[in-house]
Ligand binder design. Structure first.
Ligand code: SF4
Ligand code: SF4
Length: 231
């Protein structure tokens, strides 16, 4: 690593607000056969953490351990498969699960879920987009109107810093944004975007044009299709 190490305590202190002002895990967990929030379910997602995060967390908490591949009993995996796709500055981890979660030791990826910094084709971090493969499972994605302004502000401030301090991250999110544009072009859809300056938009993945949107009217998915905007 040629850059200075990330300041993890400062990052955690500046990015602590929950995405919504209530426990959204209570909204999605009933739809997960394992009865826990989808984003905390190792069978649905293997968390990653910056190398510096793992070094910070390891002596302080037993919450995390390096991912072995056997944590999801139903579908054990060969760790080498995912390790090959994991950037060199990140580590694959597993936690003890939501019953044992320690909020102060949540990883940055826990804090940001289900969002990532959206970067335009001409290199601007303009707001928050979501991991679209979680559309059928994540309740929040179907209720973007519940995202707290404080969370949005902390997200933007954190990534304004991180994308400078960690150029590897900038590249990862640039390519993820590009992948999202390609997926949405193919699906003939516009991208729901929470703009960094406030407001909710739909973004044309082809032209980059932004149109103001009513967040209560964003599309909903999976079992949340028929729920009202905010419940
Ligand atoms: S962020 Fe989404 S998947 Fe995670 S607990 Fe909230 S609703 Fe569930
Ligand atoms: S550390 Fe907490 S928030 Fe993060 S995946 Fe584990 S249970 Fe979920």
């Amino acid at each position: 690593m040629s850059r200075p190490p990330l300041n993890i305590p400062a990052l955690y202190a500046g990015f602590n607000a929950p995405a919504a002002n209530f426990d959204c895990g209570l909204r999605c967990a009933p739809y997960n056969p394992r009865g826990i929030p989808f984003c905390c379910d190792i069978c649905c997602a293997v968390p990653v953490a910056y190398t510096e995060e793992w070094e910070y967390l390891r002596p302080r908490t037993k919450l995390w351990h390096p991912w072995r591949g056997d944590e999801c009993a139903a579908e054990p995996e060969d760790p080498s498969r995912l390790e090959a796709d994991t950037p060199a500055h990140m580590r694959l981890l597993a936690c003890l699960g939501p019953q044992a979660c320690q909020r102060e030791y949540r990883s940055i990826t826990c804090r940001q879920f289900p969002f990532f910094p959206y970067i335009t084709a001409d290199d601007r971090f303009i707001g928050l987009a979501y991991h679209w493969d979680f559309e059928p499972t994540c309740w929040l994605i179907s209720h973007l109107d519940t995202i707290s302004p404080q969370f949005r502000n902390e997200f933007v401030q954190t990534y304004d810093q991180l994308l400078v301090d960690c150029p590897e991250d900038y590249d990862s999110y640039y390519y993820l944004s590009e992948e999202m544009r390609a997926a949405f072009i193919q699906a003939r859809r516009r991208i729901p975007l929470l703009h960094r300056a406030g407001g909710f938009y739909l973004l044309s993945p082809r032209s980059g044009r932004l149109s103001l949107a009513d967040p209560g009217k964003y599309r909903r998915f999976g079992p949340y299709r028929n729920e009202p905007a905010s419940t």
